[in-house]
Every structure is written in structure tokens, then in C-alpha cells.
Design a binder for this molecule. Structure first.
Ligand code: BGC
Length: 778
């Protein structure tokens, strides 16, 4: 059995960055040499000083307590006759990040030599390997790295077997490789404090490659990475560091040379700017390197509006900036793989890149980590210190809510939340739609069902606060979900509710706020999402031939919808005055009877007018805003909101120079919150599916058949999109001409398109290229 080995002095409180070494002699010719590696931490491996791969941050992030990946490399060409040396450095990575998984870094590996005579020799990690320390003195994914170029690997001693034992199964690699991608040369400038700042022109996730000239031995160079300059023009990380003391920093100690180069090894940052100390700009070149999961580009959208085109680029960059083996909310403050964010965006993600394998690997961890209660992690692989038992005990003392967390617990309070946990249903369902791959549904059906059953159980709980509500009086309490903690719309650009203002005015803490939220519940949000998940689950069950479940959840959905319509929508269509989200949600998730629908649409129209055609949706409903307006006859309004350049709106940050999507609508105006939060980029789904009109259908998923239904609107004079399916590239383009439009499209071989043009023309198209003209009534 291959053993996990570590440095004898690497333990809690003594963070080392071990370099493992195995020297060996080659006495005869080899046919093939294969290296297999895994680590508690992230590794970089070299054979005779040459890297075995260009891939970064291996073995990738999985639920290490259950499964951990190993990678295999053919290193035959790196070997030479006589003495050879394999060196593997292991950095903290996700293993030691927040001490979530463990305290000690370890290596697992094997070098398998197949000799020309057919004999085989294996060198596996064991106590015969050497371990020492190298120039990487300290490293943390988020805090950064300390690198002393004067240090040669030293302090060699024998490795020991790792006592920090976990049962996780070693599995073949399933990750899409993380690689260095685009590079941006930096421009030196002075901030308002006169400090040297390098501007790379693009907000991204990655690191800085430095080339330093004529350095002195021991010269210390520091780089701090941030997303922006504050309101006074000073470099600052205040918007995205969560007030951490050490955050996104590189300390490089020069060896002293005419030229020396450095790229961080085990750290990755969200940044556009770097504050530099210790060197003048004429002695250094800085280049930002974007690092992300290397997926094939699949689609593009362009139109006559440069601002909308920039929006598309920004969304794409936020995807690049957050899809590093798992989809994280932002590459700076939290870096957690939040379910809600991914649920909102996963379909958009597929338009930009081939995300099939990326999500396939990630979703397995959601199912693995599902709690016995049916809850799923709000982030997974969970990075909220629930894996490492010792750490869990410690956090439970300071945060009693964590008592529910941990592998055998029931899930923490945030994990009750609809709109996040529903990812267990929604993401596999959407991946099936985009790729036609049933494995998504088959593998995750039980997880999805257990989550829905959990929500339905919570729905039956009674909330004393609402005891006098008619749903209780009429015996329909089981159909309105008015209990538990839900994040809800989150980040609506509206003033907080009066009771929340009061709570904080009285000195309430974040924990009090959570308790407050749990007390009030969010009936409008929770009931709607649970209904939607019943719909989705029923549909999935139908696809999988589970007829009984299909009927059961469809019937439940009908009942919930009727209760929602009756109790949560007033007779005049009012749901929550002032909140566009309430109307969008009810329309998009199909919560309204035919009778009340026109009234709800009228209320929504009124809300838009009141807001001067500025959106005020938050986290969950924004993705639905424009499609829902179009589906309900409000096409002009949809384009007006899309093209709005004042806050709140998608284009506003672009007028301020944004190069990625923001977390908060006014984030750049007030220099607050992350500047690289991908979820609002889901507006691009609207651009592909409504403006260009390329839409998938469940009847023939994976674009075997699809709809082409372009929407001409706003000030746009033309728009086009292309999308690469496994059959070929779909292309759809319209251009206004006098009193009408020209429409062209390409339908790939082996597919069928159902065309529906703005002039009412409908046609079924076989594979081919088409051009047609239509009239528009003005
Ligand atoms: C994260 C989000 C996440 C949310 C939960 C935030 O702090 O950045 O993107 O989904 O918490 O509401």
C-alpha cells in the first residue's frame, strides 16, 4: 500500500512547506515511466528540475474526507541514465486553508518504472523518501506567499508516515485542469498617496509574474493585490478583504542577480492592481497571469451596443475569475463554492465555456456531503471548518450554530436556505438540458429528492409569528413555507427593512440578524422555490421513468401554487410593494393563477415605472428579470432596463470602468463589496436566449433540437450569437433594416431548429444556413 508521508516537524502551529525528494539510479533502459501523485495540500512536481505538468493547484479540491484525486503523468522523457531526482513541493492549498481539513501537509505518490526487459520497479512514498525545506517559506491560497530566493532546498531528513489520517478514497482525476491563461502587462502608476501601484487593466484571478533587474541580495519586494482604488484614489483592498490583516500578499526576497523571475507557486488572488514596495518600476516588469479551469470556449454574443458587448466580456471574465476547479462566489474575500451563485449562473456558464465536466465533478461532492436531514452544504466542498474534527470542536465553542455542522450533523442554519440548497435539483437539471447527459439526473436524483423532502418537512412546521394568518386558519399551513432561515433576495438595491434597521441600531450583531431572519422566515421566497423544485423533480422523475414520483411532486406543486396564489398575492395582484423581485419571482416560477396574472403584470409594470426603469432585484431574481418581462409582453421595458446606464443596472459599473461583474449594484460608487462576483453575469443568458434567441429544449436536450426566437428591441440595430454544441455551431443574427429586419442563422448537421421571428413567422428548419427578411410594425 502506498503511504502518506509528511515532514516530521509539520504540525499545528508550525506551518512548513515541505519539499519531498526521491533519488534513484537508472541502470537499464526504460520503456515507460509513470508518476502518480496526490497531496494533502497542493503540489508541484519536478523530475530532474523539469516540471511534470503545466497544470496548477493539484490534486484539486474535492471533499477530501470522502475522496481525493490523484493525477498520473508520463515522465519517461524527463528521465536520464544514471542519477535521477524527483522533487515534490506541497503548499497549504485548500487542505490547510482555514484549517478546514487538517494541519499537516502530506504526499502520496508512486513512480512506476517499466524497463525495456519488461520488468517493473515501483518507488512509492514511504519513510525512505527525503524531506526538506525550500525557498517557499510560507504559503496560503488567500493570504499569499513568502519566497526567499536565497534559500536552496536544505535540512534534508527522512520523511515520516502521516499521522493525520483520513479515510478519503483516492480517485482518478476528474478535474478540468487549472492552467495559466491570458497575460496582461502591468502599467506603473502612483496612487493618491504617491505609492507605486501597477495597473493590469483587467480584474482577474491569478497572480503576478515579476521580472526583476539588478537586484541586491536580500532585497525585499512586496506586492499586495487588490481590485481597485478607493474613492480618494488610493490603493485599497477594503472592498474585498473582509478586514483581514494579511490578505493577498507576496513577499519576495531576492537572491541578487542581473535578472531574476518569480511566479507564486501556491497562492491565487483576485486583483486588477498591485501595490508594490521594495523596487522601482524601471527595474521591474510585472505581468498579471489569469489562472482558471481550462475549458473550451463555446459561445459569444455581440451587438451594436459597445456597452452591452463590454458587459458580455465582463461576465466572461467573472466566470474565468471564479471557476478554479470549483465555482467560487468571488476570488477575494470568501472564495467559497456557494450553491446559490452557481445555481443562478450555471446555464449562462455553459454558453461561454464547456462546463459539463467541471460541474460533473463538483456536483458529486454536493451529493457526498449531503446531510442525513436532506440539507446540502451552502458551500461545498464545505470550507466552513466542518471536516477537521478538532477544528470543528473549536468553532462550535464560539459559534453554537456550528454544532449542527460536521459530517454527522444536520447542517448549519444557513443550509436551510431555499435558493441555495435547491441547487441540488436545479444544477443537474440544467446541465441535462444543456448537454443532454442523463448521468447528471441519474447520479443526483436521490440527492435532489432528499433536499425537496427536507424543504417539504420544514414547510409543515408552524411559525407562531404568523399564527393569525389565513393559511393557518384555513388548514393550509402545510403549503406555505414560513419558517427557517433563508438568504432570500439578498442584495436588493433597496433600504433594509425597518425591523432590521432597528435591530442593528440596538447593537445587534450578525448572529442576531441571522436569528431574526430565521424567526421571520421568507414565505414568498421559500414557498416559491420549494414549488419550483417540486416541478423540476417531477420533470426529472418523468425523464427517468419514475412515474409515481413524477405524479406525486406535480400534484404537490399544483397545491403549493394554489396556496401561494391565494394567500401571498392580493386580489389586486400586489405581492410586496416596492420589490420588483417579488413579482418577477412569482411570474418566473409559475406561482400565479391565470386570473391574477394580468394583475401581477400590471403591478410589476407600475413598479418599473416607479423605479424610473431602474431594476431593484437582488441575488435570486435578477437572472429572471429580463426574460420574464419579455415573456409577459414587456419587451420595451426589458431593453430599457438592460440599457440603463444609471445605478442600479448592469451597465452602470461599466461606465465607471468595471472589467468584471460586481457583487452589489452600487459597489463601485461606494467602493464596497467584491468586484468579481459572477452571478449577475447571468444576464448573458438573456442575451443568448432572448436577444439572439438561441434556446435549448427539454424535448431534445443538448441542442439536438432547439428554438431560434430572436427579440429585436431597445436601441440595438443588430445582434448575433454563436454557440458550439456537440453537433456543430449554432449561429443566429438579426439586423434592423428600414421597416424590418434581416435574419440569418446556421443550424448544425444533425439538429433541428424551431424558428419563430418577431414578424410572427414560424418554421421548422433542418440543418443548413438561412437568410430571411421580415417586417416590423413600428
Ligand atoms: C457570498 C454570496 C453568497 C451569499 C449567501 C455572500 O457572502 O459572497 O455570493 O451566495 O453570501 O447569501
Amino acid at each position: 500500500m502506498i503511504q502518506w508521508i509528511c515532514h516530521p516537524e509539520d504540525h499545528k502551529g508550525n506551518h512548513l512547506v515541505p519539499v519531498f525528494r526521491r533519488r534513484f539510479e537508472l541502470h537499464q533502459k526504460v520503456q515507460k515511466v509513470v508518476l502518480r501523485l496526490s497531496a494533502h495540500g497542493v503540489y508541484e512536481a519536478q523530475v530532474n528540475g523539469r516540471s511534470v505538468t503545466e497544470n496548477r493547484f493539484m490534486p484539486g479540491l474535492t471533499s477530501y474526507y470522502y475522496r481525493i484525486q490523484m493525477q498520473e503523468y508520463d515522465v519517461t522523457d524527463l528521465l536520464r541514465e544514471g542519477g535521477n531526482e524527483l522533487c515534490v513541493t506541497v503548499g497549504d492549498g485548500w487542505w490547510r486553508w482555514n484549517n478546514n481539513f487538517g494541519y499537516t501537509l502530506a504526499l502520496w505518490g508512486e513512480l512506476r518504472l517499466l524497463y525495456a526487459d519488461g520488468s517493473v520497479e515501483t518507488l512509492s512514498t514511504d519513510e525512505s523518501w527525503d524531506v526538506g525545506l525550500g525557498p517557499v517559506v510560507r504559503t496560503d491560497l488567500q493570504k499569499g506567499e513568502v519566497y526567499d530566493a536565497r534559500i536552496e532546498p536544505h535540512g534534508w531528513q527522512k520523511a515520516v508516515l502521516c499521522a493525520e489520517h483520513i479515510e478519503g478514497e483516492l480517485i482518478e482525476n476528474q478535474s478540468v485542469p487549472v492552467r495559466e491563461k491570458e497575460r496582461f502587462p502591468g502599467k506603473p502608476m502612483r496612487d493618491a498617496d504617491g505609492k507605486l501601484v501597477i495597473d493590469f487593466g483587467q480584474n482577474l484571478a491569478g497572480y503576478v509574474h515579476m521580472t526583476l533587474h539588478n537586484t541586491k541580495r536580500g532585497q525585499v519586494i512586496r506586492l499586495k493585490h487588490g481590485e481597485g482604488l478607493d474613492k480618494e484614489g488610493k490603493f485599497s483592498t477594503a472592498n474585498c478583504d473582509g478586514r483581514r490583516a494579511d490578505f493577498q500578499e507576496i513577499t519576495y526576497i531576492c537572491k541578487g542577480a542581473e535578472v531574476e523571475e518569480y511566479t507564486p507557486h501556491f497562492a491565487v488572488f483576485g486583483f486588477r492592481y498591485a501595490l508594490v514596495e521594495g523596487i522601482e518600476p524601471d527595474s521591474a516588469d510585472f505581468e498579471a497571469v489569469a489562472v482558471y479551469s481550462d475549458m473550451e470556449n463555446t459561445g459569444n454574443f455581440r451587438c451594436s451596443s459597445p456597452l452591452v458587448n463590454k458587459l458580455v466580456e465582463n461576465a466572461r471574465w467573472s466566470q474565468k475569475g471564479n471557476f478554479l476547479d470549483v465555482p467560487v462566489d468571488c476570488p477575494t474575500r470568501e472564495r467559497n463554492a456557494w450553491t446559490g451563485d452557481a445555481m443562478i449562473y450555471c446555464r449562462t456558464a455553459a454558453y461561454f465555456m464547456d462546463v459539463r465536466h467541471f460541474f460533473k465533478k463538483w456536483l458529486v461532492d454536493q451529493s457526498i456531503e449531503q446531510y442525513a436531514s436532506g440539507k446540502v452544504g451552502i458551500t461545498f466542498p464545505s470550507t466552513s471548518s466542518v471536516h477537521n474534527p478538532e477544528e470543528l470542536k473549536a468553532v462550535q465553542k464560539t459559534n453554537p450554530a456550528m454544532a449542527l455542522a460536521g459530517p454527522t450533523g444536520e447542517g448549519n442554519i444557513g443550509e436551510d436556505s431555499v435558493g441555495w440548497g435547491d441547487s441540488a435539483v436545479w444544477i443537474p437539471y440544467q446541465m441535462y438540458l444543456m448537454y443532454g447527459d442523463r448521468v447528471f439526473l441519474e447520479e443526483h436524483y436521490d440527492t435532489a429528492k432528499k433536499w425537496v423532502e427536507f424543504s417539504l418537512r420544514c414547510m409543515k412546521e408552524q411559525n407562531p409569528l404568523y399564527a393569525d394568518k389565513p393559511w393557518y386558519a384555513n388548514g393550509d399551513g402545510d403549503l406555505i413555507y414560513d419558517t427557517r432561515f433563508h438568504y432570500g433576495e439578498w442584495n436588493e438595491p433597496l433600504p433594509p427593512a425597518p425591523e432590521v434597521v432597528e435591530l442593528f441600531a440596538k447593537g445587534g450583531t450578525a448572529a442576531d440578524f441571522v436569528t431574526h431572519m430565521a424567526k421571520y422566515g421568507k414565505p414568498e421566497v421559500a414557498t416559491a422555490y420549494t414549488k419550483r423544485s417540486c416541478d423540476n423533480l417531477s420533470h426529472i422523475a418523468r425523464i427517468l421513468g419514475r412515474t409515481e414520483d413524477a405524479e406525486h411532486y406535480a400534484a404537490l406543486s399544483e397545491k403549493i401554487k394554489a396556496a401561494y396564489d391565494r394567500y401571498l398575492i392580493d386580489d389586486d395582484g400586489t405581492i410586496q410593494p416596492g420589490h420588483q423581485a417579488a413579482y418577477i419571482r412569482a411570474l418566473a416560477l409559475d406561482m400565479i393563477s391565470e386570473k391574477k396574472k394580468p394583475l401581477v403584470v400590471a403591478q410589476l409594470k407600475h413598479e418599473l415605472e416607479k423605479a424610473g426603469y431602474h431594476l431593484n432585484t437582488g441575488f435570486l431574481s435578477t437572472v429572471y428579470l429580463l426574460p420574464t418581462l419579455c415573456d409577459n409582453g414587456l419587451v420595451d421595458e426589458a431593453f430599457r432596463i438592460l440599457e440603463q446606464t444609471e445605478a442600479p443596472g448592469w451597465l452602470h459599473p461599466i461606465t465607471l470602468g468595471a472589467t468584471t461583474m460586481l457583487e452589489s449594484w452600487n459597489g463601485m460608487d461606494v467602493f464596497r463589496d467584491s468586484f468579481n462576483h459572477y452571478s449577475f453575469g447571468a444576464v448573458c443568458q438573456f442575451l443568448f436566449e432572448y436577444v439572439a434567441g438561441i434556446r435549448p429544449t427539454f424535448d431534445a436536450p443538448g441542442f439536438r433540437e432547439f428554438t431560434l426566437q430572436p427579440t429585436i428591441g431597445g436601441s440595438l440595430t443588430w445582434a448575433e450569437a454563436s454557440y458550439k454544441t456537440r453537433y456543430g455551431i449554432i449561429h443566429s443574427r438579426w439586423e434592423r433594416i428600414e421597416k424590418g429586419f434581416v435574419y440569418t442563422c446556421t443550424v448544425p448537421e444533425g439538429t433541428i431548429a424551431h424558428l419563430s421571428l418577431p414578424d410572427g413567422m414560424k418554421k421548422t428548419l433542418a440543418a443548413g444556413k438561412y437568410r430571411m427578411e421580415g417586417k416590423l410594425c413600428e
